[in-house]
Design a protein around this ligand. Structure first.
Ligand code: NAD
Length: 332
């Protein structure tokens, strides 16, 4: 099938071309993000492949459908960036990659924890400048500390297993407790209790209306003074302004994020010669107890291979008219 792949970087091309030796679709790579302004590029393509910061709102979807597109292949697990109701009304089939490597994201969450706890970002720069002082680098043992996990699906469960290995006490909040986590010894509780008892809180639930700004002014009050908050899920789970206030007051002792509410204007691009216009992001960057990575949790060789393979298999299923297990059905 002819597939228009948006938001393409060199690594997307590399992994998709390698996987496509088996599938033999006609892949056309477009660098721009998919928006209402760029959707015209997909004119005549039956399938459009999109990534997380593509904007699949009603206008974009209408332009795609009018241009002959019948399917959207998301190369992501999350699908908060597509208007599923409009897609359904337009008769567009939407497929995704529900699982590619939970390890990649869970391990990145752990990397952020270690980075913040042992202040590796400061230590690295100090030693390079021949400053061997330990002042300000004091951390705490992860062994024996309490970790609160919000969302114990594939990534949350993987994260739980790793933190179990560190000897942490694990608490979790999820609307559907995971038997695998229960077996591991994870204790489920209501959100306020989990937030209130944890030394470290890590978010692994999807961004849906029920979880939008789950961490806000009110819920931040539950946190222990000086607790660490990690978000590798979606930026919209945290009210950034409220988190900044909590960092200023000391309620949050540190913050590690791989995702940011307004990331679509920043992440995945080299803006090092531009002036960043997002004041909130700039303020966040200025804290010495905040570590930000630019949505790289998924970015391992293993994950990119799986994403390309599953996306191309999804497209093959669509081409053959086989029911695709990875189709997303709108509830409306
Ligand atoms: P999953 O569907 O396996 O698990 C999500 C869990 O969240 C489920 O157990 C579900 O019951 C729970 N949940 C749903 N609604 C909830 C609510 N209101 N409160 C608490 N828990 C709730 O998904 P996954 O594969 O583990 O991925 C989790 C999220 O990670 C994705 O939705 C995506 O946003 C994010 N993600 C980030 C990256 C990255 O590169 N940083 C990569 C992949 C996925």
């Amino acid at each position: 099938m002819r597939v228009a792949i948006f938001s393409t970087k060199s690594y997307d091309r590399q992994f998709f071309e390698a996987a496509n030796r088996e599938y033999r679709h006609e892949l056309i790579f477009f660098e721009p993000r998919l928006t209402a302004e760029t959707a015209i590029l997909a004119n005549g393509y039956p399938v459009v492949c999109a990534f997380i910061n593509d904007r699949l709102d009603a206008t974009t979807l209408q332009i795609l459908a009018a241009g002959g597109t019948h399917s959207i292949a998301l190369r992501s697990a999350g699908f908060n960036h597509i208007d599923l109701k409009t897609a359904k009304n337009l008769g567009l089939t939407v497929v995704r990659v529900p699982a590619y490597s939970p390890y990649a994201v869970a391990e990145h969450a752990v990397a952020l924890i270690l980075m913040l706890n042992r202040k590796l970002y400061r230590a690295y720069n100090r030693v390079r400048e021949d400053n061997f002082s330990l002042e300000g680098l004091l951390g705490f043992d992860l062994h024996g500390s309490t970790v609160g996990i919000v969302g114990t699906g594939k990534i949350g469960a993987c994260f739980a297993r790793i933190m179990h290995g560190f000897g942490c006490h694990l608490l979790a909040y999820d609307i559907h407790p995971n038997p695998e986590c229960l077996e591991l010894g994870v204790e489920y509780a209501e959100l306020p209790e989990v937030l209130g008892k944890a030394d470290i809180v890590s978010l692994h639930c999807p961004l849906i209306p029920a979880t939008e700004r789950l961490i806000n002014r009110e819920t931040l009050q539950y946190f222990q003074l000086g607790a660490m908050l990690i978000n590798t899920s979606r930026g919209g789970l945290i009210d950034t302004e409220a988190a900044i206030k909590a960092l200023k007051s000391g309620r949050l002792g540190s913050l590690g994020i791989d995702v940011y509410e307004q990331e679509e204007n920043l992440f995945f691009e080299d803006l090092s010669t531009s002036i960043i216009q997002d004041d909130t992001f700039q303020l966040l960057q200025s804290f010495n107890n905040v570590v930000i990575t630019a949505h790289q949790g998924f970015f391992t060789r293993n994950a990119l291979e799986e994403i390309a393979k599953t996306t191309l298999q999804n497209i093959t299923d669509l081409e053959r008219g086989i029911p695709c297990a990875n189709e997303i059905h709108s509830e409306n």
